[in-house]
Design a protein around this ligand. Structure first.
Ligand SMILES: Nc1nc2c(ncn2[C@@H]2O[C@H](COP(=O)(O)OP(=O)(O)OP(=O)(O)O)[C@@H](O)[C@H]2O)c(=O)[nH]1
Ligand SMILES: [Mg+2]
Length: 389
């Protein structure tokens, strides 16, 4: 669902600009979040001083429209915030034949063949001064800004398709202790996810080994029969999460802004967002063969990926990633003819250090070895569920 939060008003008329202020503030706040909860995903922010049919271009293409605007009464209670369901506005005619109301604009847009929002809500704020020319909000209006922002956030957290039922009422995963040690938080994550029958896998490797490419292939193979989701870890950008979402799979992006590994508390903060009826939860760690090995994320299975261009000597040189993993996936097998990588030697050296490693050789470009890997994941999921039964 694509949502537009639209601030309407004119900053040159004092309080009339409040919608623009709060929408700008909220956009900056949400864009700076390290973790963007699902209720803020696919949410866009716009500000403008347009009205009536001029809004058609602005609201086209969205499923849900949340307007932030002012209302003026003769004796206003400045800053009072109302949340109005757009459906109720259908019964209020426009004040003059020249005035086109929001519901009318939407109807006209539909008649013109444009994709118009199915759901409209209005966050209306009583304003003291919207007719006198002059920039800046009145003191009363400034005081109400936190409440307006809170109202918008609560509105975004509600799914309009669920007849006003708050997402908070759904079953959510909650951690008791998000401030404990990494080990403690990871144990709780594992316990809770395993008790729900969710198999969690932590993929770690050097940058560019092919983690996201493999996850894209896994999505193709698993998503018709299993419910999966992905947590992407990167230092910067939302790119990997976008690649996974393009496959129709829910994905959260954690951007660490510099930290070279994910930690359990980062996964814990996402907990209320993780659907409790998942089969598989994949975590793609930051591209780094060293630091992620020291941080348990509460996974059931840790997979270390090693690609052909990295060289077959890496297991012995970076032992911790291999000794702490359950599964070794040698990737980019299609490049073997071009590079001096001895697959058996890499496996042998990894197994010498960790004999319980399951080993796989895959190529995402040639789609080889991935079915065997899927069999391992599916049989591990079955084992987990049998244990729970
Ligand atoms: N030849 C070949 N190239 C591959 C294969 N899998 C991935 N690649 C390429 O390797 C590069 C990196 O792939 P990604 O999937 O982005 O690697 P990653 O491990 O997710 O990278 P980071 O998230 O940045 O650590 C891309 O150019 C892919 O097209 C493969 O099986 N064979
Ligand atoms: Mg990646």
């Amino acid at each position: 669902m694509k949502t537009l939060v639209l601030g309407l008003g004119n900053e040159l008329y004092g309080d009339d600009g409040v919608g623009l202020h709060v929408v700008r503030f909220l956009r900056d706040e949400i864009n700076s979040l390290a973790f963007r909860p699902s209720c803020y995903q696919n949410v866009f922010f716009e500000e403008c001083a347009l009205t009536g049919l001029a809004l058609l271009d602005v609201i086209e293409g969205y499923d849900r429209l949340i307007i932030v605007d002012t209302i003026k009464r003769s004796h206003p209670k400045a800053g009072k915030v109302y949340h109005i369901d757009g459906k109720k506005l259908r019964h209020i005619p426009g004040p003059s034949p020249h005035y086109v109301s929001i519901p009318q604009t939407i109807d006209i847009g539909r008649e013109a063949g444009l994709k118009m929002p199915e759901s409209v809500e209005i966050i209306a704020v009583e304003a003291k001064n919207i007719y006198d020319l002059g920039e800046g909000l009145t003191e009363e209006m400034q005081k109400s800004i936190p409440e307006i922002i809170e109202t918008i956030k609560k509105t975004l957290q509600k799914n309009p398709d669920e007849k006003g039922e708050s997402m908070e009422k759904k079953e959510v995963l909650v951690l008791k202790d998000l401030l404990g040690s990494n080990k403690k938080i990871a144990s709780e994550i594992r316990e809770q996810l395993q008790s729900k029958g969710i198999l969690t896998l932590n993929f770690l490797s050097s940058p560019g080994t092919g983690k996201t490419s493999l996850l894209e292939k896994i999505a193709d193979k698993l998503s018709s029969n299993y419910k999966m989701a992905v947590i992407e870890g990167d230092i910067e950008t939302e790119r990997d999460a976008e690649r996974i979402r393009a496959k129709g799979i829910p994905a959260w992006q954690i951007t660490t802004g510099g930290a070279c590994h994910l930690e359990a508390k980062m996964i814990g903060r996402l907990f209320p967002e993780i659907p409790p009826d998942l089969d598989f939860l994949f975590i793609e760690n930051i591209g780094n063969l060293v630091c992620p090995a020291s941080y348990d994320l509460g996974e059931s299975i840790r997979c270390v990926l090693l690609s052909i261009p990295e060289g077959d000597d890496k297991p012995k040189k970076y032992p911790k990633a291999f000794t702490t993993s359950d599964c070794l996936i040698i990737t980019k097998a299609d490049l073997v003819p071009a590079l001096p990588f001895r697959i058996e030697q890499a496996k042998k050296e990894a197994l010498e250090m960790n004999p319980r490693l399951k080993t796989f050789v895959t190529s995402s470009t040639q789609d080889s070895g991935i079915d065997e890997l899927m069999d391992y994941f599916i049989s591990s999921l079955k084992k987990l569920r049998q244990k729970n039964a």
